[in-house]
Write a protein that binds this ligand. Structure first.
Ligand code: SF4
Length: 89
């Protein structure tokens, strides 16, 4: 049994085919935009984005962000964490 965070119970994508969030091929931009429309009204978008960044999710749309946006956000998050570690040392 896989334990899922409680916030996932309130996700707008609950019950939606997960393939809608993992775009590939030549229609990927349309797929990403379709997934983003679902995310736009999601009440747990911040939790979803934080989860994806903290757990290193590499693929898919999370928190309304494309894979590329997620990677950029993760790099900033990692960079900030390293800065914090340096300051604390
Ligand atoms: S933000 Fe998008 S991917 Fe994340 S839980 Fe909500 S609907 Fe699902």
């Amino acid at each position: 049994m896989i334990l899922r965070p409680a916030w996932m119970e309130r996700a707008a994508c609950r019950g939606v085919d997960t393939r809608a969030f993992y775009a590939n091929g030549k229609h990927s931009r349309e797929q990403v935009n379709a997934a983003r429309k679902i995310c736009a009204d999601c009440p747990v978008r911040p939790q979803c984005a934080a989860y994806a960044i903290e757990t290193g999710e590499y693929y898919g749309v999370w928190g309304g962000m494309s894979q590329q946006e997620l990677r950029q956000r993760r790099r900033r998050f990692t960079s900030r964490a390293k800065d914090d570690q340096r300051e604390a040392a």
